[in-house]
Design a protein around this ligand. Structure first.
Ligand SMILES: [Zn+2]
Length: 170
């Protein structure tokens, strides 16, 4: 995986840019939904601590299972389905947005993993075939990518300040 923090930060940045530049209604996606987006952007890698817990605490002889079902299209599709159901039937007005943000976070995770490192089983458990570009593996120079992440964060912070005068809150 790209570092966990990359999943969190890039998902939050993407959501923030969407609500400011695409939707243009900042209140449409409240701040805590961005936070949730960061959590969902990281969640597919929860298979790592689950494995660790199963092996080291529960003493279960687990075979290493990172990047299986949590890195398939099943999770984003399930979230999209829930969003559609909530949009059509839920009484709570914003429930569909919660699931939409969930779908977005999961999709961002797959996108980042698929583009940056290794290959992911998009159709697991129906197929073991893995897809990806493995950009970092090809470049073979992690420092460049870490630098790039830092630059993305800086540009976003600069833009955030330009849009909302971040400094007023510091
Ligand atoms: Zn991952």
């Amino acid at each position: 995986m790209p570092q966990a923090v990359v999943h969190v930060i890039l998902t939050i940045i993407a959501l923030d840019l969407i609500r400011d530049y695409a939707i243009k209604k900042r209140k449409f996606i409240p701040l805590h939904y961005l936070f949730l987006g960061g959590i969902f952007g990281l969640l597919p890698d929860a298979d790592i601590p689950v494995y660790w817990l199963a092996k080291n605490i529960l003493g279960y002889e687990a075979v290493w299972f990172h990047r299986t079902i949590t890195h398939s299209l099943l999770f984003p599709f399930a979230a999209i389905l829930l969003a559609a159901l909530a949009f059509s039937f839920a009484r709570k007005k914003r429930l569909w947005l919660f699931f939409a943000v969930m779908a977005f976070g999961f999709s961002m995770h797959l996108l980042l993993d698929g583009i940056l490192t290794g290959y992911i089983p998009l159709f697991y458990p129906f197929s073991e075939a893995r897809f990806g570009i493995n950009l970092l593996g090809r470049i073979g120079w992690p420092a460049i990518v870490e630098g790039l992440e830092a630059v993305i964060l800086l540009i976003w912070l600069y833009d955030l300040d330009r849009r909302h005068r971040l400094r007023d809150y510091l």
